[in-house]
Write a protein that binds this ligand. Structure first.
Ligand SMILES: Nc1ncnc2c1ncn2[C@@H]1O[C@H](COP(=O)(O)OP(=O)(O)OP(=O)(O)O)[C@@H](O)[C@H]1O
Ligand SMILES: [Mg+2]
Length: 162
């Protein structure tokens, strides 16, 4: 049976940290589904269609990477997609507490699903979507920290606002 992994997140926007984790996942699992969370709580900078289009474009050369959106309970989505694994990225100790809590809750909700944690390459360990947006909004350089397409889209957003 092929092993299918789900990598859930907001991806607002996709960073090179995410890209690194997805590329590692694509080598490890038969298929990895990047699941973009419809997050009603946060007001995202990029709309759902924009986030989907960016991720689909960035991964179009990797045939075993799929990009989808999801809403509701993650374990239900994992089951619906016939997946067995949840992939999460760990940057620093600060991610650990929340991720540990989520993994154990998901284990309780569905003991057949495993959460697998992956570390990005060292140079991406400090990148978060929030920090990228903050630095970009203040005029800082984000080159090399996000895919070129994201850099381009950030510039377009910036231009539209001003
Ligand atoms: N640079 C990175 N290296 C490794 N894992 C990462 C990195 N950035 C995010 N992740 C992981 O990717 C998953 C999805 O994260 P998410 O979409 O919340 O990104 P984020 O960068 O944390 O965004 P935000 O700043 O909005 O919280 C989480 O498991 C998160 O820990
Ligand atoms: Mg986060």
């Amino acid at each position: 049976m092929p092993t299918v992994a789900i990598y859930p997140g907001t991806f607002d926007p996709l960073t090179n940290g995410h890209v690194d984790i997805i590329a590692r996942g694509a080598r490890l699992f038969d298929r990895i589904i990047v699941a973009v969370l419809v997050n009603a709580e946060k007001a995202p900078l990029f709309t759902m269609p924009e986030r989907l289009e960016i991720a689909r474009t960035v991964f179009k050369a990797l045939p075993n990477v799929e990009v989808d959106s999801f809403d509701g309970l993650l374990v239900d989505y994992v089951e619906r997609r016939g997946a067995q694994v949840i992939v999460r990225g760990l940057r620093a100790v600060s991610d650990f507490e929340f991720e540990f809590q989520m993994a154990l809750m998901n284990q309780r909700l569905n003991p057949h699903i495993e959460t697998v944690f992956m570390m990005p390459a060292e140079q991406y360990t400090y990148i978060s979507s929030r920090l990228i947006k903050e630095v970009f909004a203040l005029g800082g350089r984000v080159h090399g920290l996000v895919p070129e397409l994201v850099e381009h889209r950030l510039r377009e957003k910036g231009a539209k606002k001003s």
